[in-house]
Design a protein around this ligand. Structure first.
Ligand SMILES: Cc1ncc(COP(=O)(O)O)c(C=O)c1O
Length: 341
């Protein structure tokens, strides 16, 4: 069976139109001496887009199958997942409860504003690590059960073995579009939070006999932890798609060099990447995920770590609403660069 046939055995609901655009970045290609492309998964069309609609298309049939009536999830106060799980819950007629960690971004704007607009029950908790909210989500599920509801828990980032299939499918979509544009990628950049986007897309490329170097840009963890997570997803995906297990390909690189002090740290390199991309191409990225990926791309290109003229793809996984909660930091960087009003 082909990978596509294996994927088709997994139920899926429709939450976004596909394919999302694959675009060439002409101005940046010229600036960086690359043949640079972007996969616009910021343009999935559920409530301001991102990677989650694809993941939820595969995950939510499990919630429906389990007879759930309420989706529960967790994340930071500006969680993209909270926005998109709430939107998906509304689309399929369910309730939603989100457990968010308190940080400096709890003003009613950006993702948090959208969550409130769509009416999720919102619980704010104090934790050390924004990615360590599971026990609080379990408590929220127990409280819901006591109230007679049937919760279904979607873990941080929406990554589960099943939802990772979404980016195997996403990779097949990219490869189809690439062949229509007659382009083959030498290098692919993706963000790495839990590693779902990275692992799924790597799997899809690798099992289609395409072997670009995959560069995963961590937004939170050290490189060794990222690698352990990727190995776990890789095994899970192999099992779900009944593909004989192969070891992780050699041509991957996981870098924690762009995280900054902690998750969500809008480093100068990240802010500059946001400004440079917006100025060159009119494309917006956020300081938490996609801005970090572009910071890595700029750094690799300027350091001569990408061969001149080579073909490079960046997967833009969305997260754009967060630019509004980082407006002060972005404005300050613009001022430092002489662009103030
Ligand atoms: C916009 C965006 N990109 C990427 C990620 C990380 O994806 P993954 O956890 O699959 O590595 C997230 C996680 O929340 C996200 O919100």
């Amino acid at each position: 069976m082909t990978l596509r046939e294996q994927l088709a055995l997994h139920p899926r609901i429709e939450l976004t139109r596909r394919p999302t655009p694959l675009q060439r970045l002409d101005a940046l290609s010229a600036q960086l001496d690359l043949d640079l492309w972007i996969k616009r998964d910021d343009l999935t069309d559920l409530a301001l887009g991102g990677d989650k609609p694809r993941k939820l298309e595969f995950e939510l049939p499990l919630a429906i199958g389990a007879g759930a009536d309420t989706l529960v999830t967790c994340g930071s106060s500006q969680s993209n997942l909270a926005r998109l799980v709430t939107a998906a819950a509304r689309r399929i007629g369910m309730e939603c409860c989100v457990v968010l960690s308190r940080d400096e971004h709890t003003a009613m704007q950006a993702n948090l504003l959208t969550v409130q607009l769509m009416g999720a029950e919102t619980i704010i908790v104090d934790v050390e690590d924004h990615w360590d909210l599971e026990s609080h989500a379990v408590t929220a599920c127990s409280a819901l059960i006591e109230r007679g509801r049937r919760p279904y828990y979607i873990p941080v980032s929406g990554s589960t073995p099943t939802s990772c299939l979404a980016y195997v499918d996403g990779a097949l979509e990219i490869l189809q579009q690439a062949s229509e544009h007659d382009v083959e990628f030498d290098t692919v950049f993706t963000p790495v939070g839990t590693g779902g986007v990275f692992s799924g897309s790597l799997f899809g490329f690798h099992h289609s006999d395409r072997h670009p170097t995959f560069i995963g840009v961590s937004v939170n963890r050290d490189a060794a932890t990222c690698r352990r997570n990727v190995e776990r997803w890789w095994g899970d995906i192999s099992g779900l798609l009944s593909v004989p297990y192969k070891h992780l390909p050699a041509h991957i690189e996981l870098t924690a060099g762009f995280v900054g002090a902690e998750y969500g740290d809008a480093t100068d390199a990240c802010l500059d990447a946001i400004i440079d991309l917006a100025t060159a191409e009119g494309i917006l990225v956020d300081p938490v995920y996609s801005g970090k990926v572009f910071a890595a791309l700029f750094d690799y290109a300027r350091a001569g770590r990408l061969e001149a003229g080579s073909t490079v793809l960046v997967i833009h996984s969305g997260g754009v609403p967060a630019i509004f909660s980082y407006a002060d930091k972005i404005a300050e960087r613009l001022r430092q660069r002489g662009r103030s009003i």
